[in-house]
Design a protein. Structure first.
Length: 340
């Protein structure tokens, strides 16, 4: 006979409150802090069939965000920013779709496998029931099954992609439902916030929240919204181009130790350009540009790859990478051209 774990039985036995707050009232409550938002990742491409295990699954085998999913995640970020919702910890499962939902909305995330575990554990319940830091709200971007089995009263299929459940911690392993954000709520409230922000910036050279994509966009800037996440395209996932992806990830990390290690292991030594000199250049570029998001890649010549990026501080830059012709395919040159 299969025994039901005590913590799971506890979750099933607790009922949700008789009446849940409306989306408008939830936003008022969230300004006070003290809540956890369990958010199912936004819209994805369901034509992809994922393998059973997620560990080390490459991006092309995962179900990733669609353009609509990206737009929905950004819209939630705009809404929370416009309503001054204090956000503390932002955690997600390790899947690209959950991490990027968080990054598009809030510009940051910490991934944890606990929010992807298929079998419920006490550790999972404790994570979800952890109270946020004083004056803030926690965001956990995860999957429907995590929400369904950890939040009392939520039925399978009730929370679709992009929807969220707001809960209050009630003990070390239990939560209480406060309200639910449906997609219609995000569209209504987020659309109004985006329109207001767009109107506020209309006299200052920007339409607000639309970011262009692709080369040839000139010296465009992003006038509002959180920074875009770094999404590595398939062109930078080959053995010949992997060092380029590693460089961009190290650049965005903003960690001098991480970047120094990259220069030591993935860049061809040059007696005329010491690591200290490279670190000085990196420090200046990071201060000027912030983080980078990829707009386009030209890898038609794997030895000379051009990557167009959008800096979080506004400008567009082209980064020219020279790659050594044989394994281990280290970088022999990195040059930035900022602006048009």
């Amino acid at each position: 006979m299969m025994l039901v774990p005590a913590f799971l039985a506890l979750a099933v036995s607790v009922s949700p409150p008789d009446s849940l707050l409306s989306a408008d009232s939830l936003l008022v409550e969230l300004r006070k802090g003290g809540y956890t938002i369990l958010w199912r990742h936004t819209a994805t491409d369901h034509s992809v069939r994922e393998p059973g295990s997620y560990e080390n699954t490459p991006r092309f085998q995962q179900r990733n965000l669609t353009d609509r999913g990206i737009a929905d995640a950004k819209l939630v970020g705009v809404l929370f920013k416009s309503r001054d919702i204090p956000i503390g910890d932002v955690l997600s499962s390790p899947m690209f779709r959950t991490r990027e939902t968080a990054e598009y909305a809030f510009g940051r995330v910490e991934a944890t496998p606990i929010l992807r575990q298929l079998d419920p554990t006490p550790e999972q319940r404790r994570l979800i029931a952890t109270a946020p830091a004083a004056g803030t709200n926690r965001v956990l971007v995860t999957h429907h099954f995590i929400i369904e089995r950890n939040v009392p009263g939520i039925r399978p299929g009730q929370i679709t992609e992009g929807e969220a459940v707001v809960v209050r911690a009630m003990g070390p392993e239990s939560v209480q439902v406060v309200g639910i954000f449906k997609m219609a709520d995000w569209a209504r409230l987020g659309g109004a916030a985006a329109s207001a922000a767009s109107a506020a910036t209309s006299g200052h050279g920007g339409a607000g929240f639309t970011l262009g994509h692709g080369a040839g966009a000139g010296n465009r800037t992003a006038t509002a919204g959180p920074p875009r996440p770094l999404v590595i395209p398939p062109a930078l996932e080959t053995s010949q181009t992997a060092a380029i992806a590693e460089y961009l990830e190290a650049f965005n990390a903003g960690d001098a130790t991480h970047m120094r290690r990259f220069y030591e292991t993935r860049v061809v030594p040059n007696p005329d350009r010491t690591i200290e000199q490279r670190m000085d250049v990196y420090t200046r570029l990071r201060a000027d540009l912030g983080t980078l998001a990829i707009d386009s890649v030209d890898a038609s010549d794997p030895a000379n790859v051009s990557v167009t990026v959008q800096a979080s501080t506004g400008p567009v830059a082209t980064v020219l990478f020279s790659v050594e012709p044989r394994s281990p395919y280290r970088l022999s040159g990195i040059r930035f051209r900022v602006g048009g």
